[in-house]
Design a protein around this ligand. Sequence first.
Ligand code: ZN
Length: 405
Amino acid sequence: MKEFIDSHCHIFNIVDIPLYETIQGKVNFNTFSKLFLGTAVPLTGGLYAASKMKEIEKKKDFIKFFERSLEDSIFKFEKHLLELTGDNTDILITPLIIDFDYVKEDEDNFSNLEAQTKRLLNAINKASPELKIKICPFIGFDLRKLILTDGLQQIQNLWATYGFSPKKNTTIKEIKNGSILGIKLYPPMGFNPYPAENKERYLEFYRWCVEKDIPITVHCQEGSYGGSSSKKEIKNFTNPLNWLKLFNDNPDLKNLKINFAHFGGDDGVEDMLDPLKIWVGGIDKNSWTYTIIKLLQKYPNTYSDISAYNYGKDKLNDFSHNLKKVIELDYKGKFKEGEFKLKDKLLWGSDVPMVLSDDSYKGHYKNYFNKFEKVVKSANISDPDKKEFLENLITNNPKEFLNLK
Ligand SMILES: [Zn+2]
């Protein structure tokens, strides 16, 4: 491969994460909940119970990632990527920063959004002279801030300071390390991206993103929770129907550039493929993944990354066949919600470090990517189509999304 882009990963460490809140279950998103709910209880009892030690041992790679300095993580990540691609590939990763300001542990500003952003940029800058890959983050933003008098100004100032809009024809080779290419939204932390109240404030933000052509990546998977909101609220905040409504209600936003991260999750894909629903072609149109497909097919600048997808180690945990099925349905033209095809809208993403201790990762990025590659190669489509699908996900589609040539 000539170019390789991972559109969804994270580079942060223990300094950036509200750890104690996390342990208390206030921010128990994704792997965190699995990890800390497994260990948090014994922390008060016998932490060293053998079964728990085993649990910790299993999560070792994941925990270690948070103990490492950002620079160490950068070089380790780079090493893994180069071992996958070899030396002749232009590699770009876009680590997503999450705005934790609303779950801050205390009043100091040590871990606020801007401090977190600066720490990452400093680490990238320091590593830069030796780096062979390009690292261009997305800055996080908690949309609740839009209600503040200077809310929109806050993100606009951050963007003016750290943001970077590539000029036409900028290539991966040319882009400067540490350029912030987009904005990451994490609704489960406690906000509806298109609320009934203060709607106009939110619309102003989206119109600004369209005007500046700023790509947004929004978390969009049912199984992940966060914030201090109730389970029901979190589900409502994260539901892709919010975005369908936003697009339906506001034709002026039809060109909004947005990536619905995780494609609804492997459970969303599982929900969508329902062999019992024979009369509708085995597709459950009420599933989250299908809602995302509607968005992808109808609107020109919508994308969806398949990061954190569980390829599993055995038949029982193996969602690979579902993804394979989606590819086949796409190439057969079975999704009929609009003019666009999924092959032109899906993005490769890993969600490192969240997958570091997963069975399908097996300690190495290469293993995780190979699982995905195997899915594509096993699909019942032509060889040129397989090649096209892979190239689109790792190169062509993310370049369109990120405004790169
Ligand atoms: Zn993520």
